[in-house]
Structure formats: structure tokens, C-alpha cells
Design a protein around this ligand. Structure first.
Ligand SMILES: [Fe+2]
Ligand SMILES: [Fe+2]
Length: 492
């Protein structure tokens, strides 16, 4: 593993040195060269990958790859999407625990090289998690890329990057191109694990699916995003789309439950865009409450260890919870990953203990300039911190130990050399006895359209009942407090 980490670091530094200091060339964006290139998990993390890229012209797809073994490339049909041409290929027969370099394009026009490593399956690996770049302007996409660049500098041995959604703000062609321009060299430095955010489709059918080549064959399909799962080392990861009209359908919950019960991996990690537990501006909406009811039940029943989420643009970690109550012996830890970008939400303390119990909070950090009011474990403190920037998170799994660190990159330079400080804002370790999880899959995964629509209807009914019987009374009860805060605090 150490040897592989060093070689990954060298490859990454080579890529960043060669292409990372300067912005992507104009040719990379809708010019002659392929663009929107990314490598994603797709099937076995040890032997397979999906790859996606775009060209301005309708050209024949060609992936060239160098590394051990004899990788096999299978191409999808090229199709036009929003004025460009989408290419997808699946790479199989890769060697576990190996490093590969690749280029994409046609026989005459090649992309810049990218690198990725495959899982060696030894239960020891590192990865990065970010969320909510959610930018519209080039300047703000650059800030998000700065955050991820700082994450790679903090953890150069990261084998993949989980992005918990909201890659863009309005999911337009222009925004995805700006995203690509800022993130191109970073996306070519490791495997990407994308989570669909509510800003990544916005009802535009297939945007998210057309940006990433993911294996959704075992999952129910959704309108705005996809669901999928994969194993890496001794961990199982499930990725959920929570962005349709009703954040999760019953068909999704059924798939998730079966998926989580089908694995005997030591660790179960769930990545979803919307968090059940938050004190941001979305904490009070039915989505979060519905997730507290529906999703948490599956998390508890299936012994999920860690939930990674985004959406509310602040950093928050819960204590281990079962059914919304602190459970130090086997509860799941929920993390809201902060925003890697520049759109940051204040903490709405008046929601505390109504929608999110403060006694359940282990750590929380506000990223919004000039705004304080964070929970220090005892009471609400104020701060006027004005040099906090994007948040990134590093995770290491080593057998039965999972180490999580969260960092904030300063918005402004902090030393005479023009550097910006990276501050470790939270750190925790989860431990468990390995080799104990049993696979307890009991029923089928129905993926038919019929089942999907059947799943949505009861979800709608459940959401309506929940909204009127629980959410609305709670909301009405805190209206006086909301009015008071609006009148007395300069925070809205
Ligand atoms: Fe967001
Ligand atoms: Fe969001």
C-alpha cells in the first residue's frame, strides 16, 4: 500500500505540475480536445472503472490505457447531449492494487493524461469527501477547485473522491463547462464517486447520468440522479439520489435495505446529498424530517456506520445515533460535509431542539463570513471569524479503524508567501470488530417502472401525512421564535 501511495502521489504531482498550476487551456473546453473527463467506480473497484468524456464533434471513441495486465475497453454508443457528444466506456480486466494512466479521444486528438488506482482489497485505504461547490461563476468554481486541491495536498494518497452533490448551481451547459475548466486536472487525478445533488439536474432529465458513467443496473432508477453501490477494501458504500419530488421513494428504501443487507463488508457507509440532521436553512423542511423518519430507519436496521451528506453548506457531525437518540454502542455517525465552495449557510439556532437536538451534536462549524452562533457543546457561542473558506474532509480506513478529519481552507492568504492556512476543525475515530458483519439479503430488488411508480405514491402519502401531523405543528410552534429572530438579529 505504501509503495502504491507513493506512486499515486508522484503521478498526481506530475499531473498537477504539468497542468494544474495554469488554468485549463481553451482547447480543453469545447474545442478540439476532449473535455468533461472523469473516471468513476463502476462494478468492481479492484478490476473495473467507468469513464466519460465529451467532444464537440461526433467522433469515434478511443481510450488508451497503460498499466499492468490487459485491460479491456467496451464502448457505449456516442450520443449528442446539449450540443456536444457524450462518450462512455467501461474498462474491465484491470489488476487489483495497480496504477493506470490513460488518455481519451479519437485516433487523431487525445486528451491530457489522467491517472487512477484500483483497490487492492486489503482493508487499508484513504479517500477525500467534499460537497456543495454549487457555483455559477468561474471565480467560485475556482474557489471550489482550490478546496479540493488543498485536500489532495493534505491527503496525496487519496484513492478516490466522494463529491456529495451540487456540483453546479443551475445545471446548465455553461456551468458544467466552468466546473470542468476548474476541476479538469483534479478529476484526472483520481477516481470520482459522485452523489447527485438537487442542483445537478433540476428536472433536466439525465444531466447527472450523462456526466458520469455509473453502474445502476442493480438499483431503482430516479428522475434527477442515480443510486448505486460498490465495495472498496473492507467497506461497502451505498450512494443515494435524494432529489426527486419526494426525497426518497419506497422503492429506493427497499433497494437500499436489500443492498446494505447483502454485504458482509466490515464497514457500511452511506452517501446521500440531503442530510437528515442539520441546523442550516433546510433543516426545517419536510425533506430533512422525512429523511429522519424513513432513511434513519434503514440506517439503524442495517447497521450503517457512517452517513456522509451535503446540501446545507455547513459542517456538522452528530454523536452516534440510533433512532435519533445518542447510542455510543453501535449508533450511526451522521456528517454534513460543509461546503467546498463559496455559498455558505448560517446556523439557525432557533431550530435547535425542535428539529435537531443539540445534545446529539458532536461538532459543528459555521463557514459564513461575519456570522457566528455555533454550538460548542454547552451553549451557543458567537464568532466573527472572517477568514474561513471551503471545507474538505479526509477519511482513512485501516481494518477496524476509521479516521475522519475535517479541514477548512482560509479564504484569504495567511502568510507572506501567499499561502492560505488549512485548519483542522474536527477529527474523530470509529472502531469496530472486523469480520462480524453477516449478509442477510432476504428479498428481490424490483427495478421495474411499475414498481418505481408504486413506490412514489406511498412516499407521497407518507410525506403528506407526516407534513400535516408532525412537521406543521412543530413549525407553527416555533413561529414566534422565528419572528423574534428576524426582528432582533442581523442574520437573515
Ligand atoms: Fe448545495
Ligand atoms: Fe443541495
Amino acid at each position: 500500500m505504501a509503495k502504491k501511495s507513493v506512486s499515486v502521489l508522484c503521478a498526481l504531482l506530475l499531473v498537477i505540475t504539468a497542468f494544474g498550476i495554469c488554468p485549463a487551456s481553451a482547447d480543453d473546453i469545447q474545442g478540439e480536445k476532449p473535455f468533461r473527463i472523469n473516471v468513476t467506480v463502476n462494478g468492481s473497484s479492484a478490476t473495473e472503472r467507468g469513464i466519460t468524456w465529451y467532444t464537440a464533434k461526433n467522433e469515434k471513441s478511443l481510450v488508451e490505457i497503460s498499466g499492468p495486465g490487459k485491460p479491456v475497453i467496451t464502448y457505449d454508443d456516442v450520443f449528442e447531449w446539449e450540443g456536444n457528444f457524450c462518450h462512455k466506456a467501461k474498462i474491465t480486466a484491470l489488476e487489483p492494487g495497480s496504477e493506470y494512466e490513460y488518455t481519451v479521444g479519437s485516433e487523431t486528438v487525445r486528451s491530457e493524461p489522467g491517472v487512477f488506482v484500483t483497490d487492492d482489497g486489503d482493508g487499508k485505504f484513504n479517500f477525500i469527501a467534499i460537497a456543495d461547490v454549487q457555483a455559477s461563476s468561474e471565480e467560485n468554481f475556482e474557489k471550489g477547485a482550490d478546496t479540493l486541491r488543498a485536500a489532495f495536498e493534505t491527503m496525496p494518497e487519496a484513492e478516490f473522491v466522494i463529491n456529495a452533490g451540487d456540483f453546479t448551481n443551475d445545471s446548465t451547459n455553461e456551468e458544467w463547462d466552468l466546473y470542468d475548466k476548474s476541476f479538469a486536472q483534479l478529476n484526472r487525478a483520481a477516481t470520482v464517486v459522485p452523489v447527485a445533488g438537487n442542483h445537478d439536474g433540476l428536472g433536466v432529465w439525465h444531466w447527472f447520468e450523462n456526466m458520469f458513467n455509473l453502474d445502476t443496473s442493480e438499483s431503482v432508477q430516479n428522475l434527477n440522479g442515480v443510486n448505486y453501490s460498490f465495495d472498496y477494501g473492507n467497506a461497502h458504500f451505498a450512494v443515494l439520489n435524494s432529489n426527486d419530488v419526494f426525497s426518497l421513494s419506497l422503492a429506493q428504501l427497499k433497494w437500499l435495505k436489500n443492498d446494505l443487507n447483502s454485504t458482509d463488508k466490515d464497514w457500511k457507509i452511506l452517501a446521500v446529498h440531503k442530510s437528515p440532521y442539520t441546523l442550516g436553512k433546510d433543516g426545517k423542511w419536510p425533506d430533512a424530517l422525512y429523511l429522519q423518519k424513513a432513511l434513519v430507519k434503514v440506517v439503524d436496521e442495517c447497521d450503517v456506520d457512517l452517513v456522509l451528506s451535503g446540501h446545507d453548506h455547513q459542517y456538522l457531525r452528530t454523536k452516534p445515533l440510533t433512532g435519533g437518540k445518542v447510542d455510543e454502542n453501535g449508533g450511526a455517525t451522521y456528517t454534513l460535509l460543509g461546503t467546498a465552495g463559496s455559498k455558505r449557510y448560517e446556523i439557525r439556532s432557533f431550530l435547535a431542539d425542535s428539529f435537531m437536538k443539540t445534545e446529539n451534536i458532536a461538532a459543528m462549524t459555521v463557514q459564513k463570513d461575519g456570522y457566528g452562533n455555533y454550538w460548542n457543546g454547552k451553549d451557543w457561542n458567537s464568532t466573527r471569524e472572517t477568514n474561513v473558506g471551503g471545507c474538505f474532509n479526509t477519511l482513512s480506513i485501516d481494518g477496524g479503524t476509521l479516521t475522519f478529519n475535517s479541514y477548512i481552507l482560509a479564504d484569504k492568504v495567511t502568510d507572506e508567501d501567499g499561502n492560505r492556512a488549512v485548519t483542522n476543525i474536527d477529527s474523530f475515530t470509529l472502531t469496530k470488530e472486523t469480520g462480524k458483519n453477516k449478509a442477510t439479503f432476504t428479498s428481490d430488488n424490483t427495478t421495474s417502472e411499475f414498481e418505481f411508480y408504486l413506490g412514489v405514491v406511498p412516499s407521497f402519502g407518507a410525506l403528506a401525512v407526516y407534513t400535516f401531523t408532525e412537521w406543521l405543528p412543530k413549525f407553527i410552534s416555533i413561529v414566534p421564535e422565528i419572528i423574534h429572530v428576524y426582528r432582533t438579529e442581523d442574520t437573515f
